[in-house]
Write a protein that binds this ligand. Structure first.
Ligand code: MTE
Length: 333
């Protein structure tokens, strides 16, 4: 992301289950074949979309979840999926550098096993929980969502995850919980961007949601994409995905989830409050001070095929409009 001033895998080491990845790909392919047979024009009709999914190691906790996945729980209609290669090589993950290729190049260094998450604040059941225990109670769903970055590019990504609402309910929020605050891991030895003296970000990367936004059924905690475990560059092993907000709200590699009474101070808002708001709802009518938000460039694109399309309010997820009622979206951008 840009601001005015110039301004990081190991799967469960022993557990390598390429079969799980293979099996999940078979599912995609059979879904594609089914769609083709039915003459459908869904993303699944385009089998080649899965052609570039790299096989990878699946930790045991993830592999055990695959047989119960609810595939295509949410789709993006007939919008084609962004190829795996773009989803995993064109990233924003400033902990690993500011260039789009840096996360794919350097995030392999991030040790994601073991991983634990602290759940604290206004909850009846605070504690530190291992990733395996955190994910265990939840059935994974495939959610095919548009991702619209504030930088005016977009993708369509098949995530695997579960509703954040389920996690929050498990923690038993108290009546004082009005917001959810998320924190990314800070591991300078594994994260070149954190070590860098040039970064203006006050680590950890922090994001937040209002409680009703966090409880909305579209809001998920993702642990995978394209039927495989989340690649490090996409925020392994646990990230947030809020499809109606600019991508920067979808914080990666989460180690702390706090239910709080006050609106949290978030990373980009703290850095450049005139440019990036707390709400960050996708809105074609509220331009960024330095560029228009009316359109977006859908990846993959090229000079000859710019693939520019109109941006939609709430990124096309109209069902969230009721969360904002009379809120002045120009003021609360
Ligand atoms: N989370 C952390 N911790 N650090 C980041 O730099 N970048 C955000 C978001 N989450 C970021 C982050 C931005 S700007 C975007 S657009 C999305 O991640 C990109 O997600 P992707 O790389 O999986 O497409």
């Amino acid at each position: 992301m840009l601001i005015k001033t110039p301004l990081v895998s190991a799967a469960l080491e022993s557990e390598v289950t390429p079969e799980a990845v293979y099996l999940s790909r078979r599912r995609f392919l059979s879904a594609a074949a089914g769609a083709l047979a039915a003459g459908a024009t869904t993303a699944y009709a385009d089998e080649s979309r899965y052609a570039d999914v790299e096989a990878g190691a699946s930790p045991a906790w993830f592999a055990s979840k695959l047989p119960q996945v609810h595939w295509q729980a949410v789709t993006a209609g007939d919008e084609a999926l962004t190829p795996y290669s773009d989803v995993t090589r064109y990233n924003n993950f400033y902990e690993f550098g500011t260039n789009k290729g840096d996360p794919a190049r350097y995030a392999g260094k991030l040790e994601v096993e073991p991983w634990s998450v602290m759940i604290d604040g206004e909850v009846g059941k605070p504690g530190v929980v291992s990733l395996e225990h955190l994910v265990q109670p939840h059935r994974l769903e495939e959610r095919i969502y548009r991702l619209r970055c504030v930088e005016a590019w977009s993708m369509v990504i098949p995530w695997l995850g579960f509703p954040l609402a389920e996690l929050i309910k498990h923690a038993e929020p108290t009546g004082a919980a009005k917001y959810v605050r998320f924190e990314t891991r800070v591991a300078p030895e594994q994260m070149a961007g954190v070590r860098s003296g040039f970064s203006l970000i006050d680590w950890p990367y922090v994001e937040g949601l209002r409680m009703d936004e966090a409880m909305h059924p579209l809001t998920i905690m993702a642990v995978g994409l394209y039927g495989r475990v989340l690649p490090n560059q996409n925020g392994a092993p646990l990230r947030l995905v809020v499809p109606w907000k600019y991508g920067f709200k979808s914080i990666k590699s989460i180690v702390r989830i706090s239910l709080v009474a006050e609106q949290p101070r978030t990373t980009w808002e703290s850095l450049a409050p005139d440019e990036y708001g707390f709400y960050a709802n996708v809105n074609p009518q509220v331009d960024h001070p330095r560029w228009s938000q009316a359109t977006e460039r859908r990846l993959p694109n090229s000079l000859f095929k710019p693939n520019v399309m109109p941006t939609r309010l709430f990124n096309g997820y109209d069902e969230v409009a009721s969360l904002y009622g009379d809120l002045d979206l120009r003021k609360y951008y």
